[in-house]
Ligand binder design. Structure first.
Ligand code: CA
Length: 233
């Protein structure tokens, strides 16, 4: 079986060495770029299955590089690695198009779980899919065959993760999903990651789906979770 190829863009030699060794021991092929410029060069030259991208990098920042990669290749999974777990840094990463993030120092086992999840999702969506249909609430429409979303007839661009979250909520048909259920379903992990990734993504969805439209469709039930639907009255 062919190995998955991962590009690791990381300027701290110690972190780079330990991540690389770990991933190679776990059966991945890893190439290392010690700064953003080398990262850019390698991405243009080679094909990778996943990119592990540090945010703070010499020459070209992880954020800028992430944006470039995303424009050139919308489907490639990108995990952003940030030194500080501040919400601003996470948002910066997601705004640039990252699919997931990890805060240093991170557990290498968790890194493997995240990588496998993204790779699996990517190979699933590449193959022919099972039931294609249109999911709808009010004037919001999701076409699962084309992976497209419209509200009031206008196309809405979503990242892969935003799309998964929206599809999950739509399929619940107005039932409330707890944070934990969402993390399990959308991020494919069965432990509490201790992050506020669900809140962050709900906010992204609200921005794209609700901010410029009425009625609001994504709702918070304090202490319980989230649901999608039209509130009467
Ligand atoms: Ca760095």
């Amino acid at each position: 079986m062919q190995k998955y190829r991962i590009l690791l863009v990381e300027d701290e030699p110690k972190v780079a060495a330990s991540v690389r060794t770990w991933l190679e021991e776990n059966g991945f092929a890893v190439e290392l770029a010690p700064d953003g410029a080398v990262g850019r060069f390698l991405i243009r030259q080679n094909k990778y299955d996943l990119i592990l991208l540090d945010l703070n990098l010499p020459y070209i920042s992880g954020q800028e590089l992430c944006r470039e990669i995303r424009t050139a290749n919308p489907a490639i999974p990108i995990i952003m690695v940030t030194a500080l777990g501040s919400i601003e840094q996470k948002l910066m990463g997601f705004d640039a198009g990252a699919d997931d993030y990890l805060v240093k120092p991170f557990d290498l086992r968790e890194l493997t779980v995240r990588i496998k999840t993204l790779l699996r999702r990517n190979s699933n969506s590449a193959g022919g899919d099972n039931e294609d249909e249109v999911l709808q609430v009010a004037d919001l429409e999701m076409n699962t065959a084309f992976k497209s979303v419209r509200r009031n007839g206008q196309p809405i661009e979503l990242t892969a993760k935003e799309y998964c979250l929206l599809e999950y909520l739509l399929r619940l048909n107005g039932r409330i999903a707890s944070r934990h259920e969402i993390v399990e379903a959308v991020w494919d992990v069965n432990f509490d990651t201790g992050t506020n990734v669900v809140e962050v993504y709900i906010n992204f969805l609200r921005k794209k789906i609700d901010r410029n439209f009425e009625p609001k469709l994504i709702h918070t039930k304090p202490g319980l979770g989230y649901y999608i639907g039209v509130i009467a009255g």
